[in-house]
Ligand binder design. Structure first.
Ligand SMILES: Nc1nc2c(c(=O)[nH]1)N[C@H]1C(S)=C(S)[C@@H](COP(=O)(O)OP(=O)(O)OC[C@H]3O[C@@H](n4cnc5c(=O)[nH]c(N)nc54)[C@H](O)[C@@H]3O)O[C@H]1N2
Ligand SMILES: Nc1nc2c(c(=O)[nH]1)N[C@H]1C(S)=C(S)[C@@H](COP(=O)(O)OP(=O)(O)OC[C@H]3O[C@@H](n4cnc5c(=O)[nH]c(N)nc54)[C@H](O)[C@@H]3O)O[C@H]1N2
Ligand code: SF4
Ligand SMILES: [Mo]
Length: 697
């Protein structure tokens, strides 16, 4: 879209720095972005905006942006590229994928998606489904699917914390909304809840910002969330603090649950989690006796090999305390009346899909849209030739998947790799075709589509994309038409947002003017309709899991403990100033966090003779990386907390230092996995920390 040349402020929403949601105003002068600020009039973010949002322009005009389609010239990874026009790039995409599909069937090609950024994931799913391609690799097994799938199996919906109504207690579990705005619940909303008087319980091994504000901070030993959740259930049941009326009328399997958590006494839980017995009792009482109370959960509960049952136990906590669908508790947020996900993704065009998922070979739940990316890469290695072409969209698996060596080996086995990104990355460097994508300032997009909070945010473009960069949805739209799917794609990709909004009876211009669209939040709707489970009740004992052959009750899995070789326990969290592996090249953000670090308790550091700022070697049974020691009282002496997602864009000549500080180098893919969702053990790994000049490797 050509922009006029008057200076004007354009209202839009932040995106691609986390799940997004803050209202931004962008000053555009002569078609160029000149300034960005928080939109104080935004009803959701109310003027809240972080350093990343303020770097939106810096990202858009960054000199290292990819601006032309690039075709590999030399060896894979040699960094020699030929700039080619879009017409040729699309021709290559269509030929390579078309040939593979004709010769070996749609199962011989795959797509992969990173954390969804806007509508592009759903258009990618649409293309996959129309082509009957079952394999779309993604991180969902470690990001939202444990919570979502287990909640839906248990109570028929995904219970989101209700910050719209006053709440008396917030139980913040494994999330730090001040750093991450997990799922787009802005940290500001959490802080508003506290200001309005809610008591706060934080379950986190790190003394985070919220932990410092908390009435009760449970400094949990990493990876023992299943035990703590079972322990709270035990106390609430044994002390009869549960909501008796709700439990009697609206749940099944209460006595089975009681039995399942029977051995999780405060003493046993204290021994396993490291949380003092008194604090466990206090937390159980505070959460159960404050009505309403909300449980605000995060990604950390999805990073162990027992993620499903941990999430089941947490939903059970919401249920037995009567907080489901209760104002100020955990509620069901309906999506606004826009095009439904099944329609946008053309899910019904691919009837046998679930049976064709690679997930079946690993016995995973038959309800996932995507394939855990470790299964995708393992299949390439273990069944040579079965997968030939891969299209990666907004993902950098060499940094974000466990065992990057395995990822690299798998990528190199493929006949053809195409990838869309906004910057050159270590993964893009191995591709045959690299496509330049646009950022949210550069095209009209819809934020939070498909997220469970029931809000959509308008992200109208402020400027044109640099050079020949295209929005992902345009790339997919044009590619789809070249695959013979003209009937299912649009003449112009700009029609996509109009089509999505049509059921709401509005145009994109109307939506952009409104800024935000919210669905209904019906409280206590189960009283009329029951819960959307086979029994119509909250299934504390899950009949669906039982039917699919999994344990129907939450249980506590064995926890990996430190040993003589690996005496410490490693965990991690998301980077405050970056999005996973992205944006280390943005100067204003890099200036705030220059080097990959690891939090170490002063006592531990003293024992190891490690000082602040010193480079150290972190080793696990799977590998070793170098990090900078950050000595901090915020962690337990037995625990270290490493930064995630690090590579060095400034070192393109030496492979970006890919394996040097990449957290996933110390995380393996051979260990235990969650049997229902395939979650890898990303946290709570036994490890060792050494001075670099002392280390044995
Ligand atoms: N060890 C460990 N591993 C983890 C996690 C962890 O906590 N620990 N977290 C997991 C989680 S929750 C997730 S969601 C995944 C994330 O995994 P990925 O999504 O692979 O992570 P990113 O590094 O954000 O990769 C996104 C890439 O998208 C590019 N990008 C940004 N915007 C756009 C766009 O609009 N279009 C295109 N085409 N590209 C764009 C960025 O430049 C970046 O290179 O990682 C998972 N892996
Ligand atoms: N700045 C920024 N924001 C982001 C992202 C980003 O990369 N950067 N990524 C986005 C994405 S895709 C996601 S999924 C979300 C995730 O956002 P969050 O849900 O906030 O997840 P994390 O930051 O991974 O971890 C949250 C907290 O878990 C704690 N923790 C670590 N191990 C354990 C444990 O074993 N048990 C418990 N109870 N807590 C533990 C950490 O100390 C941290 O405070 O963030 C989104 N927002
Ligand atoms: S908090 Fe998230 S949505 Fe808000 S400005 Fe920062 S990155 Fe953007
Ligand atoms: Mo995520």
């Amino acid at each position: 879209m050509e922009k006029d040349d008057k200076a004007r402020w354009i209202k839009t929403h932040c995106g691609r720095f986390d799940h997004g949601g803050c209202g931004l105003e962008v000053l555009v002068r002569d078609g160029r972005p000149a300034s960005v600020r928080a939109d104080r009039s935004d009803p959701y973010s109310k003027g809240y905006c972080c350093a990343k949002g303020l770097a939106s322009i810096e990202r858009s005009v960054h000199p290292e942006r990819l601006t032309r389609p690039l075709l590999r010239k030399g060896e894979r990874g040699a960094g020699e590229w030929e700039q080619i026009p879009w017409d040729r790039a699309l021709g290559i995409l269509a030929d390579r994928f078309g040939q593979a599909i004709r010769a070996s069937g749609p199962e011989s090609v795959a797509f992969a998606q990173g954390a969804p950024k806007g509508l592009e994931f759903f258009i990618l799913m649409r293309l996959a489904n129309l082509l009957q391609v079952p394999t779309v690799g993604a991180a969902q097994h470690v990001c939202h699917m444990p919570r979502e799938q287990m909640a839906v199996a248990t109570c028929g919906f995904y219970p989101v914390p209700d910050y719209d109504r006053p709440t008396r207690c917030i139980l913040l579990w494994g999330s730090d909304p001040e750093r991450t705005n997990e799922e787009g619940i802005l940290g500001g909303r959490f802080l508003d809840g506290l200001k309005a008087g809610a008591r706060l319980i934080v379950v986190d091994p790190v003394r985070t910002g919220p932990a410092q504000r908390a009435d009760l901070w449970l400094q949990i030993r990493p990876g023992t969330d299943d035990l703590l959740a079972a322990g709270l259930l035990h106390c609430i049941i044994e002390e009869e603090l549960f909501d008796r009326d709700f439990v009697e009328v609206w749940t099944t399997g209460f006595s089975d649950l009681r039995e399942a958590v029977g051995s999780c006494t405060p003493e046993a839980v204290s021994a396993g989690t490291g949380v003092p017995r008194e604090k466990i009792l206090e937390a159980a009482r505070l959460y159960a006796e404050s009505r309403p109370a909300l449980l605000h959960w995060g990604n950390a509960v999805e990073h162990t090999a027992n993620s499903s049952q941990t999430c089941r136990a947490l939903v059970s906590l919401m249920a037995v305390t009567g907080n489901l669908e209760s104002p100020g508790g955990n509620i069901r947020a309906e999506a606004p009346n826009v095009m439904r996900l099944v329609d946008l993704t053309c899910l019904k065009s691919f009837p046998g899909r679930a049976d064709k998922l690679l997930n079946r070979r690993y016995g995973l739940i038959p309800r996932l849209l995507t394939t855990p990316n470790w299964i995708l890469f393992r299949t390439i290695l273990e069944r040579p030739g079965s997968l030939r072409c891969l299209y990666l969209q907004g993902t950098n698996p060499l940094l974000t998947c466990a065992n990057p060596q395995e990822v690299r080996d798998a990528l190199l086995r493929l006949d053809f790799i195409a990838l869309a990104d906004i910057f050159m990355t270590p993964t893009a460097a191995l591709a045959d075709l690299v496509l330049p994508a646009a950022t949210n300032l550069e095209f009209d997009d819809i934020g939070h589509y498909g997220l469970p909070h029931g809000h959509l945010f308008a992200r109208p473009s402020a400027v044109n994309p640099p050079g020949e960069a295209w929005p992902d949805i345009r790339i997919l739209n044009e590619w789809g038409k070249r695959m013979g799917l003209e009937a299912h794609f649009w003449d112009d990709a700009r029609e996509i947002v109009e089509a999505v909004l049509k059921p709401a009876g509005m145009t994109y211009a109307d939506f952009a003017a409104k800024g935000m669209l919210s669905g209904r939040k019906p409280y206590f709707s189960y009283r009329e309709k029951g819960f959307a489970t086979p029994s119509g009740k909250v299934e504390l004992r899950s009949s669906l899991l039982e039917k699919w052959g999994y344990p129907p009750l939450p249980f506590v899995a064995p926890h990996m403990g430190p040993d003589d070789s690996f005496p410490l326990l490693l965990t991690s969290r998301k980077p405050r100033y970056f999005f996973h592996s992205a944006y280390r090249q943005i100067a204003s953000l890099r200036g705030r966090d220059r080097h990959p670090g690891i939090l170490v308790h002063p006592g531990t550091a003293a024992k190891l003779r490690i000082s602040e700022g010193e480079r150290v070697m972190l080793s696990t049974a799977s590998g070793a990386i170098k990090l900078t020691a950050r000595i901090s009282e915020s962690v337990h002496p037995d625990v270290v907390v490493a930064d995630f997602g690090w590579w060095f864009p400034e070192r393109s000549g030496e492979g970006f230092g890919l394996m040097e500080s990449n957290l996933n180098c110390v995380i393996g893919t051979n260990g235990p996995k969650d049997p229902i969702l395939g979650t890898l053990q990303l946290r709570a790994l036994p490890c060792r920390l050494e001075k670099i000049d002392h280390c044995t490797k």
